[in-house]
Design a protein around this ligand. Structure first.
Ligand code: SAH
Ligand code: SF4
Ligand code: F3S
Length: 473
């Protein structure tokens, strides 16, 4: 039995009922804000949290306002993964204060990962005195109570208490799309990669109950959702704390709901199991795409990053995945200029990227995060060297992406149609199983939300072109 099993606590019905009472009080309060606008930074976790925040606000009678300057309540759902994410959020918040000076009734709130950093609550209290509401990642379910305090008691609310081992089920969610949906399967992370702030701001790993996940998925399928993306910082650890079932078993159970397409984010290479590779080989619903962050091609960097695998073991897993599913598209994350990275280390990353031939890659310059182990590492890389390295890496990957995409010409593939192409209004646009955007001719808006057969006819630098396959008479 693991330690965390005991620690995870589902928010009980009584607590949720109290929140429901607060929600009703806000909904009938004469001074309540009438409209809201949420600004979201960061990853899919935050995007999905924002859907829950929106659902909760709608439930209290607020309506969405597309212009942030005009909203009565503006919530910033922040990210602190890198310094620039943090600066962007703070810049946006400070800018909005200028509007608030003209519209003093406007309420400004900050939530998300940035608020969970040590000392952040104090900073907000002192430096951002115009902020009315601040809360962290673990207490979204308390938004009705916070809003009630704000409107009824005219009190500033700052609550960044952790409550990291709790899971709240059944909160209202206002999903951004009718046919694509996110489902959280677990929260937090236990990996402590030496550069990463996530375990500090999102807490320890805790899995949702499989039944809760399956029920949510069944509801979505019933509502016509075609694609579900499962979310977790390391989905491969799903169930380690509850002992209920493994991640590959969960995927199989989800497939039984009849969902057309399944995706997940993110998978840690050290925990990618043979069982998962087998699901890739046999599943009808699992999209032929895997985001598998490698971070570096140098074993000494991987060790310093505390990643728990080597370049060789990563390549071995890639080989086995491709054997099981030759057309699988791989994408990755890469960090350059980690402390102590030599030119030789960096060249190993280039070599690895050249060997794997990812469909695409997110590339980042290492950013020091206070509180993480790497923040104390010596040998910071100079910023000119870092910029030069990232540019070389981007150049290499850009060429590979172009070639990979060009090689897909002639393929027939299913596209989940998302809308009219932004660039060519006569074409429709959607994503193939490998998660690459495809603009295609022969379709119209009636196809939005459906998976349709398309033949790939050409490739640009990041997107594919195609033609809708007409049904034969
Ligand atoms: N849980 C996911 C990723 C979370 S963060 C995973 O483990 O794969 C997304 C990406 O941001 C990471 O994969 C990493 O490449 C990058 N990243 C995280 N911390 C960073 C830092 N301090 N500096 C630069 N990039 C960072
Ligand atoms: Fe961060 Fe590593 Fe956890 Fe991903 S696995 S969230 S990179 S600590
Ligand atoms: Fe950022 Fe938090 Fe995601 S730090 S990357 S929003 S988990």
């Amino acid at each position: 039995m693991s330690l965390t099993r005991e620690a995870v606590l589902h928010i009980d019905q009584e607590t949720l009922n109290i929140q429901e009472r607060f929600a009703r009080l806000v909904a009938s309060h004469p001074d309540r804000p009438k409209s809201y606008h949420i600004v979201t930074f960061g990853c899919q976790m935050n995007t999905h949290d924002s859907e829950t925040l929106a659902g909760t606000l709608q439930h209290m009678g607020l309506t969405r306002c597309t212009q942030r300057e005009e909203a009565d309540l503006v919530l910033f759902n922040t990210c602190c993964i890198r310094d620039n994410a943090e600066r962007k959020a703070l810049g946006n918040i400070t800018w909005l204060n200028e509007i608030k000076k003209k519209r003093p009734e406007m309420l400004i709130g900050i939530c998300g990962c940035m608020m969970q950093q040590k000392g952040m609550a104090e900073t907000v209290l002192k430096k951002y005195s115009f902020v009315d509401l601040a809360f962290g990642t673990g207490t979204l379910y308390r938004l009705p109570e916070y809003l009630f305090q704000l409107v009824d008691e005219k009190q500033r609310v700052i609550d960044v208490s952790r409550e990291e081992s709790t899971i709240a089920e059944g909160l209202p969610v206002l999903r951004d799309s009718d046919f694509k949906a996110y489902i959280n399967i677990m929260y937090g992370c236990n990996n402590f990669c030496s550069y990463c702030i996530v375990p500090y701001v999102r807490g320890r790993e805790r899995s949702r109950k499989a039944d809760d996940i399956l029920k949510e998925a069944q509801g979505l399928v019933k509502d016509g959702v075609r694609e579900i993306t499962l979310l977790g910082q390391n989905v491969n650890s799903f169930g380690n704390d509850t002992g209920e079932m493994s991640f590959p078993q969960l995927l199989q159970r989800l497939e039984e709901t009849g969902i057309a397409r399944l995706r997940f984010m993110t998978s840690h290479p050290k925990d990618l199991s043979d069982e998962l590779i087998e699901v890739y080989a046999n599943s009808q619903a699992l999209a032929p795409h895997l985001h598998l962050p490698i971070q570096s091609g140098s074993n000494s960097m991987l060790l310093a990053m505390n990643r728990g695998y080597t370049a060789e073991s990563y390549l071995d897993k890639v080989g086995r995945l491709r054997q099981a599913l030759p057309d699988i598209g791989l994408t990755t994350d890469l960090i350059v200029a980690f402390p102590g990275e030599t030119e030789a280390d960096f060249e190993k990353t280039l070599e690895l990227v050249d060997r794997v031939r990812f469909d695409s890659a997110f590339t980042f310059i290492y950013s020091k995060r206070t509180g993480t182990r790497a923040a104390n590492f010596a040998d910071m890389i100079e910023s000119e060297v870092a910029s030069h390295r990232i540019n070389r890496l981007i150049q290499l990957q850009t060429g590979i992406t172009k070639e990979v995409l060009a090689n897909m010409k002639g393929e027939k593939t299913g596209i989940l149609v998302e809308g009219v192409s932004a660039r060519r209004k006569t074409q429709m646009s959607g994503k193939c199983g490998r998660n690459i955007s495809v603009n295609f001719t022969g379709g119209d808006e009636s196809l939005i939300g459906q998976i349709v057969p398309v033949e790939i006819t050409g490739a640009g630098s990041n997107t594919l072109r195609g033609e809708l396959e007409k049904e034969k008479d």
